[in-house]
Design a protein around this ligand. Sequence first.
Ligand code: FE
Ligand code: FE
Ligand code: ZN
Length: 278
Amino acid sequence: MLKIGCHLSTSKGYEHMGKEILSLGGNTFQFFTRNPRGGQAKAIVPKDVDAFLELAKNNGIDVILAHAPYTLNACSADESTRNFAKETMADDLIRMEYTPGNLYNFHPGSHVKQGAEAGIKYIADMLNEVIKPEQTTKVLLETMAGKGTEIGRSFEELRAIIDKVELDSHIGVCLDTCHVYDAGYDIVNNLDGVLEEFDRVIGLERLCAIHMNDSKNPFESHKDRHEKIGEGSIGFDAMVRIINHAKLRNLPFFLETPNEPEGYAREIAMLKSAYIEQ
Ligand code: FE
Ligand code: FE
Ligand code: ZN
């Protein structure tokens, strides 16, 4: 069965998110661990988590994906900004253990003027401090569009981070379709070739999740503006090939398209009906 869901608001807790995704026709979801702009996270309510875990077990929600605030910048030149990213991520990873065995995604960050190499080192340094051997959460680096000085614009940059992480069995990758297309990986005309390159550079065993977004901008634009499924430069047919690809079809897919709940329900239904059961 296709594992498909979308980004949901965290404000009403885990059980509410679980019920919401089921009502939208999905079986997995993404959520921010705290306000996307950072700041204090809401306290975990153990009763809420227990109710969610029960709901998940009974309804085939096998995996969920937490997203770090997108304002974190682990590779800032500014030490206090780096420390803030590190403290936030360390706290998020403690919180993640209330729902063991799931995924935590973050944007590697922007190196600004120091260069990619310095940025990559800072990101790996942070991961080496926050990742604990006993954690059950997989930490995912997201593929980025490469706007400004974003790290993660190429598979090589992600590989360079992973190479510097000691406990690298806890590290995976989340591939964002809009971002990689904007970055210059042609998943429309050469999906096999892109996946071969991913395998050669990073290793497909690291690929743990897919962000399913169409793009408002053309190939290689380095822009990062998500579009509704089938309404952007990637198009519906390419999306259908992605969810059905032998190397991808068992991964969880998360919509981050500009939609209200009804729009998400529609896109989930579209992709479910285009998925070929085997
Ligand atoms: Fe993201
Ligand atoms: Fe994304
Ligand atoms: Zn994006």
